[in-house]
Design a protein around this ligand. Structure first.
Ligand SMILES: [Zn+2]
Ligand SMILES: [Zn+2]
Length: 250
């Protein structure tokens, strides 16, 4: 269930694995991001990554798309970052997958990474999902073949009312135990404890908003997932190795 953990500055020392970024923002969609999708894609390709999942802030979070009027207009705006990344990835041979960082604004403000979905789902099955309960959202994402990862559960931030809030019975698939965007490593250690307590698989993500913070936490697989669905299955089955560059230089 729990994967080996590597502390390294240089992913190439880890050995032969297939590396994926699971938590990335683009300047096209996320208000707090500074680098355009194309630049992010190039950074990951240069580092030999196999792929990235674009997880821009959803319209209930720090996204430009929330300013638009209709649901369709909001979703068109929301997808700008992913679409730019996909185009750049296709051109240079980096797999780019669609994800969402969903902020539970109706409740506590904690974040979830939704993976394994298709952009088209936004216009149909996920319509108005910003107003759903987190329990219902999990059901719908699972029915669509996706997975739900609790993102940086112990982060202390102004928009999260109660960091580390427990959601007993919530059907999440994994916990992001290493988030390189967390201000303190203690938040990551607490997340790891949560995952072990709840018997959930681990993931890691850079939560990068700029090219200077790419590839600071990510996952590796021994076998290359044949598609996005298999990548999600590997995570669900605890096959993702977590890689993290701690703030202390080694
Ligand atoms: Zn952000
Ligand atoms: Zn994020």
């Amino acid at each position: 269930m729990y994967q080996l953990l590597f502390f390294t500055k240089d992913f190439r020392k880890v050995g032969f694995m297939y590396f994926y970024e699971l938590h990335l923002h683009t300047a096209e969609t996320s208000r707090c991001a500074r680098s355009p999708a194309q630049d992010m894609v190039k950074e990951y390709a240069d580092r030999g990554f196999s792929g990235i999942v674009v997880t821009d802030h959803f319209i209930n979070g720090n996204s430009y798309a929330g300013e638009k009027n209709t649901w369709e207009e909001k979703m068109d705006a929301y997808l700008l970052g992913y679409q730019a990344a996909k185009k750049a990835g296709d051109a240079i041979g980096l797999d780019v997958f669609f994800g969402i960082e969903y902020t539970h604004m109706g409740g506590n403000g904690e974040d979830y990474l939704l993976l394994g979905l298709k952009p088209e789902h936004l216009y149909a099955e996920l319509k108005d999902c910003d107003k759903w309960s987190i329990e219902y959202l999990c059901d719908v994402v699972h029915n669509l073949g996706g997975i739900v990862i609790r993102a940086h559960p112990y982060r202390v931030a102004g928009y999260i009312a109660r960091p580390g809030i427990e959601r007993p019975g919530l059907q999440i698939d994994a916990v992001e135990v290493f988030n390189a965007g967390n201000r303190e490593d203690a938040f990551n250690l607490q997340a790891m404890e949560m995952a072990m307590r709840e018997h959930k698989p681990w993931t890691a993500g850079s939560d990068t908003h700029h090219v200077s913070t790419v590839a600071t936490a990510y996952v590796g697989f021994e076998h290359k997932p044949k598609d996005y669905a298999e990548l999600c299955e590997f995570i669900r089955n605890g096959k993702a190795f977590t890689v993290y560059r701690p703030k202390i230089e080694t």
